[in-house]
Design a binder for this molecule. Structure first.
Ligand SMILES: Nc1ncnc2c1ncn2[C@@H]1O[C@H](COP(=O)(O)OP(=O)(O)O)[C@@H](O)[C@H]1O
Ligand SMILES: [Mg+2]
Length: 218
């Protein structure tokens, strides 16, 4: 078991109202598994994923990544876990616009103060980025930008890759290409993936599908 969520709950205060974005989510993920999270808009998928990724502190409940309790860790330790053990991909790529694709991908290794250069080189090839590495994100297609964002997420060989609707901004062909390449990256390091998607074709490729419904896992 690489990831374990225990009674994860997130509530937001909005004026007088209390929004229960995620309620009591309990599940675990095995190493190497590819889990898809589906559900209607507003059902709590992004909130759940960001709690799993150490980005959003739960109102209550726990997340264990390879046995380590994320939200019991110090701020420094949590930053280190996010840098080295968790890869995160957003729908809008979230690349730094003033840096080239190569520089964007290198950043997590600079922060970590080291890492495998050969794995980075492998990702350049695997994610078909060679001809755009020295270009800015604005000079790359959406598909290329998202492939670079995936390379950045994987460059430190994280224990888990979390992706929030990574194909949401891509046309059908680029979306399929991204998914095909993601499946390739799984093979070598036995990469564990959790991916939020609206696309039934993508969910069908997962080992397991979790459905969010009004903040509750079904
Ligand atoms: N920062 C926030 N403040 C207040 N409410 C939020 C916040 N983030 C999300 N929500 C609410 O929590 C619920 C779940 O949102 P979200 O996790 O983004 O759903 P999904 O990703 O499935 O569309 C929604 O009702 C949303 O409006
Ligand atoms: Mg969302």
């Amino acid at each position: 078991m690489i990831l374990n969520a225990v009674k994860l709950t997130k509530e937001y205060e909005q004026g007088e109202k209390r929004i229960r974005a995620v309620q009591n989510a309990t599940f675990s993920v095995e190493e190497g598994e590819f889990v898809a999270i589906v559900g209607t808009s507003g059902s709590g998928k992004s909130t759940l994923l960001s709690m799993l990724g150490g980005l959003e502190r739960p109102t209550s409940g726990e997340v264990f990544l390879d046995g380590e309790n994320l939200y019991a860790a110090s701020d420094n330790r949590l930053s280190e876990i996010r840098n080295r053990q968790i890869g995160y991909v957003f729908q809008n790529y979230a690349l730094l616009p003033v840096l080239t694709l190569r520089e964007n991908i290198l950043i997590p290794q600079l922060i970590a103060g080291g890492g495998s250069k050969s794995y980075m080189e492998e990702l350049f090839d695997l994610l078909r980025l060679r001809d755009r590495l020295d270009h800015l994100p604005s000079e790359a297609s959406g598909g290329q930008q998202q492939r670079a964002a995936v390379a950045r997420a994987l460059v430190n060989q994280p224990k888990i890759l979390l992706a929030d609707e990574p194909t949401g901004n891509l046309d059908k062909q680029s979306a399929k290409e991204l998914m095909d390449l993601l499946m390739e990256t799984r093979k070598k390091p036995n990469q564990t993936i959790m991916l939020v998607t609206h696309d039934p074709e993508i969910a069908a490729r997962a080992d397991r599908v979790l459905t969010m419904d009004g903040g509750v896992l079904r």
